[in-house]
Ligand binder design. Structure first.
Ligand SMILES: Nc1nc2c(c(=O)[nH]1)N[C@H]1C(S)=C(S)[C@@H](COP(=O)(O)O)O[C@H]1N2
Ligand SMILES: [Mo]
Length: 377
């Protein structure tokens, strides 16, 4: 059943029992692509392999030189900045893993109908830009403000509500220096690509993707809490449609592996030969630093510790590599990894369901068939 404009803030729909991915979800999946999991090999995700999510259309920005960013609202001196103005501020480069809050959604039962991610909505880049705290200081932002609101140049309708894409951060986060929020103009040393926010976007290290507003055109310091759609309707953890729910904020711990062996084209089942297999993957968390990764090759029946690469100074907000040697024996295996953090959070094996399909960091098992000779069904 479609929703008509006017069905203001109708709840997102859940798939019925056995209902497959529909044409509307396919249309979103064809626009918004994930990280091919073999690209977890790269420390820095090559642009083009980084996942992409845009709610509406990618704005057409032929001349980045005429872009303006305003800093306004509860400020002493409103700012109206060009890209050249932004580049005259001190620049910072930070390596950040960004993950969509909806990553894992399509694996939930029942399935919330939205962008149907499996687990590939993640990527890591080096983002360069001006620390937002410097712009807020330059404008003389009211430190007692309720919210700092970020507006993108994209516009659309979502569940009956016409809107610019907007999100807010509490002032303490927006003006923080650990992590330091950036107004970024470059990704991996090059100007932002159109799909990643050309020419300007917000980077909020440790937070799920929805906070990293792309095509940023204004920063508004507000003395009232921001109640926009993407803040109070979407991106809340709710089990029932009516409840207020908890806001989605920082990234829950997750480990993923480069699928071992080689794939079957359609099922993506992995095929490999018996003997030692070097499993390799990444682990990250925006909540507390990752402290360990464990690997299971029997669907979670038993776990063995993986070797986690040492933490690198200055790279707290980027994923860490891990590896584990597995002696593969003929037969079928379900191979997965789980991350734990220093606060004792461990990735669950069972889903923690919510209506929006947010922050589903349940362990993802990869089906592996180990055969001594050439594969035959
Ligand atoms: N202006 C704007 N910013 C946006 C979005 C959007 O639709 N419009 N999508 C958000 C979401 S939900 C995610 S997951 C990230 C994705 O960033 P990426 O496409 O650069 O990976 O952008 C965020 N910023
Ligand atoms: Mo997202």
């Amino acid at each position: 059943m479609g929703q008509r404009p006017g069905d203001v803030s109708a709840p997102a729909r859940l798939a019925g029992p056995g209902e497959g991915i529909g044409a509307d979800e396919l249309a979103l999946a064809a626009r918004n692509h994930g990280l091919p999991l073999e690209a977890l090999r790269h420390d820095l995700t090559p642009p083009g392999l980084h996942y992409v999510l845009t709610h509406y259309d990618i704005p057409y920005v032929p001349r980045a030189g005429s872009w303006r960013l305003s800093v306004d609202g509860q400020v002493r001196t409103p700012l109206d900045l060009s890209l050249a103005d932004l580049l005259s501020f001190p620049q910072v480069t930070t390596r950040v893993t960004v993950e969509c809050a909806g990553n894992g959604r399509a694996l939930l039962t029942p399935r919330p109908i939205s962008q149907p991610w499996l687990v590939e909505a993640v990527g890591t880049a080096e983002w360069t830009g001006v620390p937002l705290r410097l712009l807020l200081a330059e404008a003389g932002a009211d430190p007692a403000a309720a919210d700092v609101v970020f507006t993108g140049a994209d516009h659309g309708v979502e569940r009956g509500v016409e809107q610019d894409y907007q999100r807010a951060l509490p002032p303490a986060v927006a003006a923080g220096d650990d992590p330091e929020v950036l107004v970024a103009t470059a990704m991996n040393g090059a100007p932002l690509l159109p799909q990643h926010g050309r020419p300007l976007r917000l980077i909020v290290p440790g937070w799920y993707g929805m906070a990293h507003v792309k095509w940023l055109r204004s920063v508004t310091v507000s003395d009232v809490p921001f109640k926009g759609f993407q803040q109070s309707v979407a991106y809340r953890i709710r089990r029932t449609a009516g409840e207020e729910g908890e806001p989605v904020t920082r990234i829950a711990p997750r480990a993923l592996l480069v699928p071992p062996g080689f794939p079957d084209f359609m099922s993506r089942t992995r095929v490999l030969r018996p003997g030692p297999v070097e499993l390799f993957g990444r682990a990250w968390s925006g909540q507390a630093a990752v402290s360990r990764v464990d690997v299971s090759t029997d669907g979670g029946g038993s776990w063995e510790p993986a070797v986690l690469d040492p933490a690198v100074a200055g790279q707290r907000w980027a994923w860490r590599a891990w590896h584990h040697t597995w002696s593969a024996t003929p037969g079928e295996h379900a191979v997965g990894a789980r991350a734990s953090d220093i606060d004792g959070h461990v990735q669950p094996v069972d889903q923690r369901w919510n209506r929006g399909g947010f922050a589903n960091n349940a362990v993802r098992f990869v089906r592996v068939v180990c055969v001594a000779g050439a594969f035959s069904p």
